[in-house]
Design a protein around this ligand. Structure first.
Ligand code: SF4
Length: 305
C-alpha cells in the first residue's frame, strides 16, 4: 500500500474519447517550444506525478481520482498533420509526454502514437518523447524513420532498479528491467535514447549506490546519457505525495516538510548534493556512442560509407 487509491481494474477507469481542437501547445520557460500529449490523465498513478494538478482543469481530484479518468484525443494525428502543414510552422522541438505517458496501456488499443509519428516523419519535425513504458518499442520502425529525417530523442524514465520500490511508487508501470530492455532496443535501432533518473525522491531513491546502479544499468543498456531531476511538489502533487509518505514512511514527513519549506521546489543544498552523487556515478561509466545521422541539405539521411 502506498496510501493512495489505486484504480487497477478496467471497471474503475473511465475512458472518454474527445476531439482535440489543437495538438501542439505553446510552451514558455522550458527547454522546448511545443508540447504534445495524446491523452489527458495517466493510468500509471505514480505517487510523485507532477501532472496530477492537471486534473483540476477537469474538476477532478488529482489525489484520489488520478488514474481513474482518462481522455483520449482520438483525432490528434490528423489535427497535428494540419498544424505541421501551416506555412507559419517552424521546425522547433516538440516535447511529447509532458503531462501523460504517451505509451500507457491505452495506447495499445488506440495506437495514437503511430499516426503522430507518421505526421512528424512527413513534416521532418524534431521531437523528443518521455515515457516509462516499454510499449514504445512497438514503434521502432517509425521512430527510426523519424530519426533519419530530424533530431529525435527518447527518454525512458527509471528512478530506481529496486523492483519492490518501483511497484510502490509507480504502481502500474512495467518493472525497471523491462524498461532497460526497451532502452537497449531503441539504442540498437539507432535512436538516441537517454535514461531519465527522475524524480529523485529524498531518502527513498537517492542513496549514492542506488543512483550509481541506475546510471550503470543505463549505460549497459546502450543509453547515450542519463539526466536526472528533482522532485517537484506542486499543489496537488504535494497532497498526494504527503499522503503516500504518511502511510508508508511517516518518519520522513518532518524531513520533507523541511526540504520543501520554500514551496514546490526542494532545498537548493539538497539539489547540489544529488548533482554530486550523479556526477560521481557518471564518472566511471562509458555511455553508448550515439552518432547523429548525417543529412543532406533537404534533411534526408546520407548513408555512411
Ligand atoms: S508516467 Fe508520468 S504522467 Fe504518468 S503518472 Fe507517472 S509521472 Fe505521471
Amino acid at each position: 500500500m502506498n496510501g493512495l487509491p489505486i484504480a487497477r481494474r478496467p471497471s474503475d477507469v473511465r475512458v472518454v474519447e474527445v476531439a482535440a481542437k489543437s495538438a501542439l501547445n505553446r510552451v514558455s520557460h522550458m527547454g522546448f517550444r511545443w508540447s504534445l500529449n495524446p491523452y489527458t490523465g495517466c493510468a500509471h498513478q505514480c505517487v510523485f506525478c507532477y501532472a496530477r494538478g492537471t486534473h483540476a482543469y477537469r474538476d477532478l481530484d488529482g489525489v484520489r481520482e488520478w488514474g481513474s479518468a482518462l481522455g483520449v484525443k482520438v483525432n490528434i494525428a490528423s489535427v497535428l498533420r494540419a498544424e505541421l502543414a501551416r506555412p507559419s510552422w517552424r521546425p522547433e522541438e516538440i516535447a511529447i509526454g509532458t503531462a501523460t505517458d504517451p505509451y500507457q496501456a491505452l495506447e495499445g488499443r488506440y495506437r495514437l502514437m503511430r499516426g503522430i509519428l507518421a505526421a512528424l516523419r512527413d513534416a521532418r519535425a524534431p521531437f523528443h518523447i518521455t515515457t516509462r513504458s516499454p510499449l514504445i518499442v512497438r514503434d521502432l520502425d517509425l521512430l527510426a524513420a523519424c530519426a533519419r529525417r530530424a533530431d529525435v530523442g527518447v527518454a525512458v524514465s527509471i528512478a530506481t532498479l529496486d523492483e519492490a520500490l518501483a511497484r510502490e511508487i509507480e504502481p502500474t508501470v512495467a518493472p525497471p528491467r523491462q524498461r532497460l530492455r526497451a532502452v537497449r532496443a531503441l539504442a540498437d535501432a539507432g535512436i538516441r535514447v537517454a535514461v531519465a533518473v527522475a524524480p529523485i525522491l529524498p531518502d527513498i531513491t537517492d542513496a549514492p549506490d542506488a543512483l550509481a546502479a541506475v546510471v550503470l544499468a543505463a549505460a549497459g543498456a546502450g543509453a547515450s546519457h542519463v539526466w536526472h531531476g528533482a522532485l517537484n511538489l506542486g499543489t496537488v502533487t504535494r497532497d498526494a505525495y504527503f499522503a503516500f509518505l504518511s502511510e508508508s514512511r511517516p518518519q520522513l514527513v518532518e524531513r520533507y516538510v523541511r526540504l520543501f519549506a520554500r514551496g514546490r521546489y526542494v532545498e537548493p543544498a539538497y539539489v547540489r548534493e544529488v548533482d554530486d552523487r550523479i556526477r560521481a556515478a557518471r564518472r566511471d561509466v562509458t555511455f553508448g556512442r550515439y552518432r547523429p545521422p548525417v543529412r543532406d541539405r533537404s534533411g534526408t539521411q546520407v548513408p555512411l560509407l
